[in-house]
Design a protein around this ligand. Structure first.
Ligand code: ADP
Ligand code: MG
Ligand code: MG
Length: 255
């Protein structure tokens, strides 16, 4: 059982000319097996929240804390965050020419566990993960992110969840750019990992459609750098029907 605790998190971004305050005090607690959806308009700071927890150097923490099972995440290097059990989808977005998916995953697994996985079980797990995601076995031999389609990038993310077995995953716009079949396959993948591994999920999105497949336990409305309302899955339905207008007017500062 793990807990990710975000307390009064305040963050500014370095735009090149200034430190622009973006997060205005975010409070959120995620436990193993729970799915929290964060929904909000463009520019409200959702990705800033994800990048801050990931340790991206452009974002400066100006207040508050992030704890994983009581350990201070903000004091950890990016590698230490991964070893502590945090999965941040944008952590490895770059192309890695010449490094195959299969080698990349095995190297990441070794770094996270502190020892290489046993070859036989590893090969089986890799094949199973690709099968589950309806992927061509050839995929494992391709260079990481080189020429990947949107759907392949997302499937690669879910493979990482399946194989690296993090405690908490922060998925930013996992649904963007997916056609309906890929959305279903990726969503089923998230659900499988939740079920099998008790993964806690923070799912950031501005569409409700992924929430038809990955049922959130909690929905948080995010406007002007903070959470302005919280509810259950019904809140997502309401947002779909009504949009963010009434929150945006209330906050006064939405982009
Ligand atoms: P969302 O993900 O909700 O669309 P973001 O976190 O991407 O919102 O952005 C929030 C605000 O911070 C926006 O006004 C955006 O322009 C600004 N911002 C975020 N990251 C950067 C950055 N790296 N450089 C400059 N401005 C940024
Ligand atoms: Mg955006
Ligand atoms: Mg964003």
């Amino acid at each position: 059982m793990s807990t990710l605790e975000i307390r009064d998190l305040q963050v500014s971004v370095n735009t090149g000319d200034e430190e622009k305050p973006i997060l205005a005090g975010v409070d959120l607690i995620i436990r193993s097996g729970e799915t929290h959806a964060i929904m909000g308009p463009n520019g409200s700071g959702k990705s800033t929240l994800a990048y801050s927890i990931a340790g991206h150097p452009k974002y400066t923490i100006t207040g508050g804390s992030v704890l994983l099972d009581g350990e201070d995440v903000l004091e950890m290097s990016v590698d230490e965050r991964a070893r502590a059990g945090l999965f941040l989808a944008m952590q490895y977005p770059v192309e890695v020419p010449g490094v195959s998916v299969s080698n990349f995953l095995r190297t990441a697994k070794t770094a996270i566990d502190g020892e290489a996985p046993k070859l036989r079980t590893w090969v089986k797990e890799l094949q199973q993960a690709m099968d589950d995601l309806e992927m061509d076995p050839q995929f494992a031999t391709r260079s990481v992110n080189e020429g990947f389609s949107g759907g392949e990038k997302k499937r690669h993310e879910i493979m990482q969840l399946e194989l690296l077995k993090p405690k908490m995953a922060i998925l930013d716009e996992t649904d963007s750019g997916l056609d309906i079949d890929a959305l279903r396959i990726v969503s089923e993948g998230i659900n499988r990992v939740k079920e099998k591994q008790g993964l806690g999920v923070l799912l950031i999105t501005h569409y409700t459609r992924i929430l038809r497949y990955v049922k959130p336990d909690f929905v948080h409305v995010f406007v002007g750098g903070k959470i302005v309302e919280e509810g259950g899955p019904e809140l997502a339905e309401q947002l779909e029907a009504e949009g963010y207008d009434r929150y945006v007017k209330g906050a006064g500062t939405a982009a």
